[in-house]
Structure formats: C-alpha cells, structure tokens
Ligand binder design. Sequence first.
Ligand code: SF4
Ligand code: SF4
Length: 240
Amino acid sequence: MARHRDRQPRRYPRLTHPLVRNPASGELRRVEPGMEVRTDTERARHSRKVVLELLASSVDMSTTPRAAEWIEEYGAEPGRFGPDAARVDEEPKIDNDLYVRDYDKCVLCYKCVDACGEQWQNTFAIAVAGRGFDARISTEHDAPLTDSACVYCGNCIEVCPTGALGFRSEFDMRAAGTWDESAQTRTTTVCAYCGVGCNLTLHVQDNEIVKVTSPHDNPVTHGNLCIKGRFGYQHVQDRD
Ligand code: SF4
Ligand code: SF4
C-alpha cells in the first residue's frame, strides 16, 4: 500500500511490515540478506486486523483497492468502536477543474507529500499540517489549490493509494454513476507536447479519455508527468 517504485517511503500505514518494525521504538529497518522475516504469524495477522479496524473506522476506504478484501480476510470489524468513533469526516475539496482532494479517504501515508517534494516534483505545494487526529495534508495556510504553489502535474494522484486524490473527471463520473473501469481500455503512447518522450497511458471509456496515467517502469519518467501530459488531452476529443 505504501510502497512505490523509485520513491522512498517516509511513513508506512502500519499494514505492511509489522515484523521489521522494532516493537520497542516503532522504528522501521530495512530487510537485509539473512534476516528472518515472518509475515503470517498470529501476531502479525492480529496487528493487521487492528490496523485495518483503526483505518476503516476513521476514514472512507471505499475506493482503496483491495481494502474490502483485506477486511474480510483478516476478520476486521471497523464498527466495533461504536458510532461515536472519531472520523476525519470532511467534504471533498473541489477547487479546480483538474483534480479533487477527498481527505475523508486519506490514510496519511505522506506519499503525495514526498512526490510533490524532494523525491520527485520539488514543488512543495503540500505538506502535513496539525498533529495527532488533527494531522492532515494541506497546502500552505490551507489555501485553495488555485492559490497554492501547485503546478498540476498530478504526480500526487499517481501515488495516492486510496483515491483520496483523484481526477476531476473520475470524481464527476463516480458521482453520476457512470464510472466503469471494466468498460475502460488502456493504451500507452508517447506524449507529443515536447521531446522528452514521456509515456502516457490513456484510460478510455465510451470513446472518451477519462484519465491519463504513466507507466512506473518507464526509464525516463518513472510515472511522472507534467500538467500537459497528465491533463492536456481535451483537444484530442474535441470533435466540433
Ligand atoms: S499536482 Fe503536482 S504540484 Fe500539485 S500538489 Fe500534486 S504533486 Fe504537488
Ligand atoms: S492524500 Fe493519498 S497519498 Fe496523500 S497522504 Fe493521503 S492517502 Fe497518502
């Protein structure tokens, strides 16, 4: 969930490697040759179950791939904390035509912060604000994206594991009940805007491009794009 090629995780949402975490300090350590790592012990499974319960009781995991499957597999009961369990509970931030921030679904993995910051984009438009249950991903002074340093590369969307960051097109289609991944094709091509040669994967439904991603194994861009490659596709389907 927290891992991504070519990006060093700063923080794990605790589901992934319970036995390479120092139980006393909470510190994570790298897996090394010769190390014995047990990932399916009773203790590890119990740890995952509780973490799933904590996550699913506090945020909306409806668009997190495989979350429902894991909840069933580990017998997690997010409802056991009762109706008064603290939730993030905030409305989606819709302040531009390109992408939506729905922090009701955010598990605070910080992948978007790292992608926007020194690991990829070096724009630093978003960071973690607040502490404890008030911790959240935010622009400077919680400004709308349109008033922030964001350059709309969408590289934060590319790494978000839960759907908290998503394309406006997908958000609107989900709201209208027309989003259907099973009816979509994916075609990888080369961006024609400049000479770098970034690969674009076009997600097409009903003969319309509904979003653009980029293959993470591309040796040039590793899944990163700029605003033009990520969002500049409307002219392709302007049929007037
Ligand atoms: S779209 Fe790009 S610049 Fe804007 S917040 Fe996301 S990673 Fe940062
Ligand atoms: S918005 Fe997505 S990528 Fe960013 S911290 Fe939340 S879950 Fe992680």
